[in-house]
Design a protein around this ligand. Sequence first.
Ligand code: HEM
Length: 532
Amino acid sequence: MGNLVELLSSFVSPSLNSVLIVASVGLLAWYYLEDKVAYWSKRGVPNVPASKCIAQTLTFLAGRKTMNEIFKEQYQLLEGQKYGGTFQGLYPSILVRDPAMIKEWLVKSFSSFHDRAPEPDENVDKLAGNLFQLTGDRWRTVRHKMSPAFSSAKLKIMYETLKDCAEECNAHLEARCASKGETEIDIKDFVSNYTMDVIGACAMGIKCNAVRDPENCEMKKVVKEMFAVGWRSILFQLLEMIHPKLPELLRIVPRQPAVEQFLMTITKNAMEMKTKAGQSTRKDFLQILMNISSSESDVTRDSNEDLSVLEGGVVHEGPIFTENIIAGVVTSFLFAGLEPVSAITTFCLYELVRHPEMQERLFQEIQSARKESCGEIKYEDLKKLRYLDQVVNETFRKYPVASILARNCTENVQISGESVVVEKGVKVFISTYALHRDPTFFPDPDKFDPERFSEENVDKIIPGSYLPFGDGPRFCIAQRLALMDVKTMVITLVSGYTLHTCSKTVDHIEMDPKAFTLNPKGSVWLRLKKRI
Ligand code: HEM
């Protein structure tokens, strides 16, 4: 080969030589790119062209559009299709639109779509050993062992923690209302402090003091950093667009190393403190993980969760609850538990301000539950609050905070009734934001209407069209905790205060284009008036 190049070179001038080399490289690159971008067209699959997808991702990275809007645009471009091809950079992915197909892929065909992404390299990303990112049997084992942490018995204990945190919020608000009987407040920030206290206590058994002393809450700062879209996360995504494994090869993680360091250290310190303190009766997530790790777990199977699919596979043998896995799982709970819960609570309170009649109906419902329960809303009473359930469900419909579901195709699968084969490695996306705002499934989607979830109407919702917590064996492990968390805060505020607009309340909440979840942009101001 070397001789051939030399021979050819002797016939052409050096400048012609360079032109030939550049042209050949260009031609090869063209064939490579052409093959990539024509992936779906060659297979006869309707698709959003790669050029459009790349342009959309760049608008997200430039902070001009939210990821939800982009997926909604793609969903609309594929109008009339059950699914369609899209691209993540140069790599093919599928956006599923049809609720029946969504159900099938998330639930029935789970064995072909059991991961969210290919297995990460934990040597590069030390926190990658968490439930979101774990794959295959290791995910199966961790999920199986962690599920009992969300059983009814454990939730009942956590409810007491939630109530303590809500009490602290109430004391803070009462102090603010002391002179005038009312106060104006950035409810987004306030609720996020409450959520920080709750999740710090539930995840690690630590007191974050975010409500009492927000300025000095280190954990809150770190969580903010974790979610911030900075140059690292932008670079990470640009590299991923070229090749999904490129960031890993270049040892780039989407967050600052200091964040990782802080979280590893705080988990390690908390573990050391717990070990020193001896066997604790507290059942925060870290304690449960430590118990599993030392094979002293006293957790029992949660009868409410169907683990049959999990049990269908091989449960991983051998020690997997390493320090990194424990840190990964527990910190993923911190992140999963903070932004979505505080965002949904904020949206819910904002809608209640916009709909005073709903606020009043909710207040009456809570009051009568209190009367029946000697003045206190107990864990068991939560399920009696039907209207609260409707209001919260409708908030999740209009604002599905975790609005994009992702799966990685783990083996070639033929689409039912079609010749198209989804190849191993193709990413699958579901935009709950687009589904929840599709008038086919939810008429007049911009209207906040809790009646969609009334006893008479709830059965009209098409299975697979309403998925605030995902579906199938990988649905949100903490769904019931999240609902309890949101409801406790709403009960506290609606019971003690009437919620109103103030001069700083916006007419329409804009979404933060820099957030990965659906999150209000900027502050959300409300006026709280103490009930007498
Ligand atoms: C409003 C609150 C929340 C919402 C809307 C929400 C939503 C979701 C969604 C949509 C998924 C993906 C499901 C799927 O792919 O099918 C998920 C997964 C997950 N969530 Fe949540 N979540 C919330 C709160 C929480 C909390 C409080 C925690 C932890 C304490 C948590 C922990 C997790 C974990 C660990 C997963 C990954 C589960 C797995 O892959 O096995 N989430 N959540």
